[in-house]
Ligand binder design. Structure first.
Ligand code: 8YV
Length: 316
């Protein structure tokens, strides 16, 4: 335990072992346990020196400004789009992430969503669970191996998806801010053209730019035999356009782990059989969340020792 004690705020749960380690070092306040968070913030807000949050959860400017002693926002994740980095820098607050350790998990889930949506695994499971096997015939599915795969964003996660896809004999192309000839994959600078040329489009891009990448035009280019997979951020896709394209069968299906307004998923998406759905589970394995938690601990400790945290995105 630091002396004098250091107060930190958790905006979402962390694995038990990480929570226990945090408790052994700091005064831990769990904001997510309060139905009236302002009650906690009024009491401890002025003392909070560190926040632990998720990539999707982030930290609003309003909440950041209720923490005058804040020194670090330690994100358990890689996305920084839910933190205003400019505002944090203006406050002298360091922001850290947990790069590298969740790449495999997110890529694995992307492959899972590709297989689940093309092979209609959800529909098959529901049919068996509902006791309808033998009375209801499931339509034939879409072959996975050998498809044309388009990756939106060939970052670490995008490259990991490509490596996995190659093992399924997929032909791989990508779109992104810059060409990466060393990758050996086909680069398509125009996202609409990429969508038109592939069977499955996987969104693996950073949302730090803030813009919608997958528009109605991209979805129409993907076409009635095409599938959209998203393991990045819901805000990268025009969600209403996606719902309309699915409903009107202008695309064949989707596999989605992220949504615009989590945890609120549009009923239209939940009702569609040809959509595989997951509640933002990209990095949600015990092994990976423990590794992320250990990186969070290292970032916090470095900051409170007055050193540059190893995974600093911005800061002093
Ligand atoms: C996080 C994420 O792991 O890494 C990110 O940016 O969105 C997630 O996969 C999740 O927010 C838990 O911290």
């Amino acid at each position: 335990m630091h002396n004098p004690p250091i107060d930190i705020l958790l905006t979402q749960p962390v694995p038990e072992a990480i929570d226990a380690e945090l408790v052994s070092r700091y005064n831990v306040h769990r904001l997510y346990q309060y139905e009236q968070p302002q009650q906690l913030l009024a009491e401890v807000g002025p003392r909070i020196r560190g926040v632990v949050t998720g990539g999707a959860k982030g930290l609003s400017n309003a909440l950041m400004d209720q923490l005058p002693a804040l020194e670090i926002i330690a994100i358990s994740g890689i996305g920084t789009d839910a933190v205003d980095l400019h505002h944090a820098a203006g406050r002298g607050v360091q922001v850290t992430t947990t790069p590298g350790v969740l790449t495999a998990d997110v890529a694995d889930l992307a492959m899972g969503l590709i297989i689940s949506s093309l092979r209609r695994l959800g529909e098959g499971e529901r049919l068996v669970r509902d006791g309808l096997w033998g009375t209801v015939n499931l339509p034939l599915a879409r072959k996975v191996s050998g498809i044309e795969l388009g990756i939106v964003g060939l970052g670490e996660v995008g490259k990991a998806i490509a490596r996995r896809a190659a093992a399924f004999d997929m032909a791989i192309a990508y779109n992104g801010r810059r060409e990466q000839p060393e990758s050996g994959y086909r680069y398509e600078p125009d996202l609409v053209a990429l969508a038109r040329s592939v069977d499955v489009l996987v969104v693996a891009a950073s949302a730090d730019g803030g813009q919608v990448l997958v528009t109605a035009e991209v979805l129409d280019a993907l076409g009635p035999q095409g599938y959209l997979i998203n393991v990045a951020r819901g805000k990268l896709v025009d969600e209403q356009a996606l719902v309309d394209a699915l409903r009107e069968q202008r695309i064949a299906g989707a596999g989605l782990d992220v949504f615009v307004d989590e945890p609120n998923v549009p009923p239209a998406l939940r009702d569609l059989n040809q959509v595989a759905l997951q509640p933002h589970r990209g990095s949600a394995t015990l092994q990976t969340r423990l590794e992320m938690g250990r990186m969070v601990l290292n970032n916090l400790e470095a900051c409170f020792r007055g050193e540059a945290p190893p995974n600093r995105v911005t800061g002093r």
